[in-house]
Design a protein around this ligand. Structure first.
Ligand code: GLU
Length: 504
């Protein structure tokens, strides 16, 4: 049977990169096994709903190149895929559990629950609604059948809670962790459904995974504590449970704890795929896209945070990842995020791309700097500087002088290189360069070198002074290659300007 997997985010804000990794592993698993990946939006908790979050999620996956076969925005035969649009279908399932003795109505008011909590606190305990306490509470296990009907009939607020059987070991078979066993006596009777007509995450998630014929649930480790309840729900419904795989956490760079949004801001890397503007506070959180990462680099880096191909191969395209992916190579222990590694991947992916492929990333940067230029010039420049780029956003820093002539010259470099009479020397050098029409990089180079040798000049000083005139600093690619790209006429203008500025 071809597997069916899902990514099921709740639209409560921007998608954390941990969530992106979960989606990626689901995608790789589906692709590898000729399966189907669906996108389900779990928006039953209206109090946590954040406008724009769903659109953000969809846009993030478009940018990353993770595609879904079914789901929100795509459709499919198991829709609708937004849980709020499926609201009506959950109620009968909640009722079925009550009728079959797997759940019960609870009418405890917030005040009653609070009183219980306080009572427990005064005895230095924490209150849990469970097998030990449920018979002291106000629910369909303690009230008469008539009273329950009366309360339901007059519309009293209620919740439906799961009724764990007493003292039962619950086995969760996890594809990554092996078998996890927990006794039902330790678990609280989770709310499955509320009288406002909304299921909670647990009920909606299980009903939908069943109706959507999900075969493998691949999700973050933070859901492992919910897995025993889910296993029991499948049992209660008499449905076959999917296989579970709980992914290791993404850890802070120093390994101490889960990677949080705050770590990103503190340590200078994004924890979201795209920039996010909080609709309430207006606060901006940085995104990989806006920080100058290539989507391929982000995918490759994330794939290896918690999984490896079984050898030390690191640079892997999406196709290669699909080819090599298997759940049994996912590690049990958390994976430490590393900014250096992220940078390294991005640098590598920039090197793999041609000037033509990178040009679209640079256009907004040129625009921001009010530069217009033709595409072939831009591509040539990119080819010359790309080995200096870790991020797309480094481009202006590394290549701005290709588009705008410098109007200041690094004083230290001037002092070191531009000795007495340098202006006159460079005029001679420039004449040699101009004598080649059309410009011939190799010949111009050789002729200038000959001139320097014949006149017993200091090569480093001459060439670096010319570089200073062109770049404004002692940096940049090979001098004659640079002249070739910038053009002799522009170099002449820059030289005249530099001589005037430096020598007065
Ligand atoms: N809606 C849950 C989330 O936001 C889904 C968890 C699961 O995959 O079961 O992550």
């Amino acid at each position: 049977m071809n597997p069916r997997v899902r990514f099921a985010p709740s639209p409560t804000g921007p998608l954390h990169i941990g969530g992106v990794r979960t989606a990626l592993y689901n995608y790789l698993f589906a692709k590898k096994n000729n399966g189907t990946l669906l996108l389900r939006i779990e928006d039953t908790d209206q109090t946590r709903f954040v406008p724009g979050a769903e659109q953000y999620i969809i846009e993030a996956f478009q940018w990353l190149g993770i595609t879904f076969d079914e789901g929100v925005g795509i459709g499919g035969e198991y829709g609708p895929y937004r849980q709020s649009e499926r609201k009506a279908l959950y109620k009968p399932y909640a009722e079925q559990l009550v009728n079959d003795g797997w759940a019960y109505y609870a009418f405890d008011t917030p005040e009653m629950l609070d009183a219980k909590r306080k009572e427990a606190e005064s005895q230095k305990k924490t209150f849990q609604y469970d097998v030990n306490t449920r018979m002291q509470m106000c629910n369909s296990l303690t009230l008469s059948a008539e009273e329950v009907q009366e309360r339901l009939g007059r519309g009293d607020a209620f919740v439906v809670r799961f009724k764990y059987p007493e003292n039962t070991d619950i086995h969760v078979h996890d594809l990554i962790r092996g078998e996890v066993v927990i006794n039902s006596g330790l678990l609280d009777d989770k709310v499955l459904y509320k009288s406002d007509g909304m299921p909670t995450y647990h009920l909606a998630n299980i009903v939908d995974d069943h109706l959507m014929k999900i075969t493998h649930v691949i999700r973050g480790e933070e859901w492992l504590p919910s897995a025993p309840l889910h296993v029991m729900l499948y049992k209660a419904f008499g449905w076959e449970a999917p296989q579970f795989a709980h992914l290791p956490l993404l850890l802070k760079p120093d390994g101490n704890g889960k990677l949080s949004k705050r770590d990103g801001d503190r340590l200078g890397f994004p924890v979201f795929p795209l920039q996010w503007k909080d609709p309430k506070s207006g606060d901006i959180s940085s995104g990989y896209r806006e920080s100058g990462y290539l989507p391929e680099a982000v995918i490759n880096m994330l794939a290896l945070l918690g999984w490896n191909p079984g050898n030390d191969q690191e640079i892997m395209s999406m196709e290669t990842l699909i080819d090599c992916f298997s759940i049994d190579k996912i590690s049990k222990s958390g994976a430490k995020f590393s900014l250096d590694k992220a940078k390294w991947f991005n640098h590598e992916y920039i090197q793999q791309k041609s000037g033509e492929e990178l040009a679209p990333y640079m256009l907004p940067i040129l625009e921001k700097n009010n530069v217009e230029c033709n595409n072939s010039y831009l591509q040539n420049v990119i080819e010359l500087v790309k080995d200096r780029l870790n991020f797309v956003n480094d481009f202006w820093d590394q290549a701005g002088y290709f588009f705008v002539a410098p109007d200041a010259y690094d004083p230290q470099a001037v002092k070191k290189r531009w000795k007495e009479g340098m202006g006159a020397t460079l005029q001679e050098v420039m004449k040699i360069i101009e004598s080649f029409e059309p410009f011939d990089q190799q010949k111009a180079h050789d002729a200038v070198m000959q001139y320097i040798a014949d006149n017993e000049l200091n090569m480093g000083q001459v060439l670096n002074s010319l570089r200073l005139a062109i770049v404004g600093a002692a940096r940049g690619p090979e001098l004659f290659t640079m002249i070739n790209v910038i053009g002799v006429k522009e170099v002449r203008n820059r030289l005249d300007k530099a001589i005037k500025t430096i020598e007065g």
